[in-house]
Design a protein around this ligand. Structure first.
Ligand code: HH2
Length: 339
């Protein structure tokens, strides 16, 4: 199969052939045609088949109105004892509510609440425990007047339904509806947006020996199939968000290849979420491999700005204030936009 990767441009001086990338402020007039086993070929956008161009250019549904036409910042709140970066910080419900409020004040457009770590080697959490960790925190945030979109990071329908009842408005499933057969039904009947993420293997073992013949083509095919499954379950296309799953069954080389080719996923016709914040490869490349995860913040900002320059619609991050500031400057410098 040939994949078409638009080559995203931010420059204010556009050529006559410029097309809007996913209806946003970036544009493209050239595309890399990619086929497994062959060198990529750069071709004019006018040579790309019509249905592909439609997916590459059509505006995406907005997940967070507060984000305008920039990437939405999804702030991470892990209500777990063992998450790789913030584990234990928000395990107590009142600390979690305070943490959520702090993310809102820092400028998050979406809050992502998770009660089960999916870091490599993490042990699964029983459903009832995951509900008890997450639903009361979401209810307390809503009771305290937090009105912005809240997503629940779970693979389990029961946890998702409890979170929706407590006030969550987006589902974030790192198994792309594969872990729990009830998840697709729960998503369809709630009519809320859902993030479908690629992962190879299960969290306990996924980093043991990740292997791909062509990581971009395989992740793309996986996400295309996940979209079809979601559509067949009655989930509307404009409620689907895709995510290449950085660090989920991937070596550093796989992560970097996906980052370089991120824009190809616009061909799926859905918003793209990028979750790279503080992940291990950032520590390795920035010389902070063995340091505390929060020392990976500067490297995480560089990757977030790379995501912005590829036109991703959602950035899932731990360092909300810093990402917001970096994006504001990036937008001002590259796009001439003031905040
Ligand atoms: N990464 C993590 C968890 N959930 N969801 C999406 N859609 N994309 C991601 O890349 C992603 C995710 C892992 O990071 P974190 O939540 O910080 O750690 P942990 O799983 O240890 O709680």
């Amino acid at each position: 199969m040939i994949l078409f990767r638009p080559i995203p441009m931010t420059d204010g001086a556009r050529t006559g052939a410029a097309l809007p990338l996913a209806g946003g402020p970036l544009w493209f007039d050239r595309v890399e045609a990619m086929e497994t086993g062959r060198p990529g070929a750069v071709i004019p956008a006018s040579d790309v088949p019509g249905p592909v161009i439609l997916h590459l250019t059509s505006p995406r549904a907005t997940l967070a109105p507060g984000a305008g036409d920039g990437p939405a910042i999804m702030g991470i709140l892990n209500v777990t004892p063992d998450s790789f970066s913030d584990g234990g910080r928000f395990a107590d419900p009142s600390a979690a509510v305070a943490g959520g409020r702090a993310l809102v004040s820092a400028g998050a457009h979406i809050l992502d609440i998770g009660g089960e770590s999916t870091r490599p080697g993490a042990t699964p959490v029983p459903e009832a425990e995951e509900v008890a960790r997450t639903a009361p925190v979401i209810a307390a945030l809503r009771a305290g007047g937090i009105a912005l979109p809240v997503s629940i990071d779970t693979r389990k329908a029961r946890v998702a339904v409890a979170a929706l009842e407590a006030g969550a408005t987006i589902l974030n499933d790192v198994s792309a509806l594969r872990f729990d057969p009830g998840m697709a039904r729960a998503t369809a009947s709630a009519g809320v947006p859902v993030v479908l993420m690629h992962a190879q293997g299960e969290p306990q073992t996924m980093q043991a020996a990740p292997r791909y013949d062509d990581v971009v083509a395989e992740v793309y095919a996986f996400l295309a199939a996940a979209i079809e499954t979601a559509l067949a379950a009655g989930i509307a296309r404009d409620r689907i968000v895709v995510d290449p799953g950085i660090g989920f069954g991937k070596t550093m080389a796989h992560n970097l290849t996906l980052l370089r080719h991120l824009a190809v996923f616009h061909g799926l016709g859905c918003p793209i979420l990028l979750g790279a914040s503080r992940k291990r490869f950032i520590g390795t490349l920035s010389g902070e491999a063995e340091a505390e995860a929060d020392r990976r913040m500067p490297g995480s900002l560089a990757v977030a700005l790379h995501g912005a320059s590829q036109g991703v619609q959602v950035l899932r991050v731990h360092d909300v204030a810093e990402t917001r500031a970096a994006l504001a400057l990036w937008r001002a410098a590259y796009l001439g936009r003031s905040p």
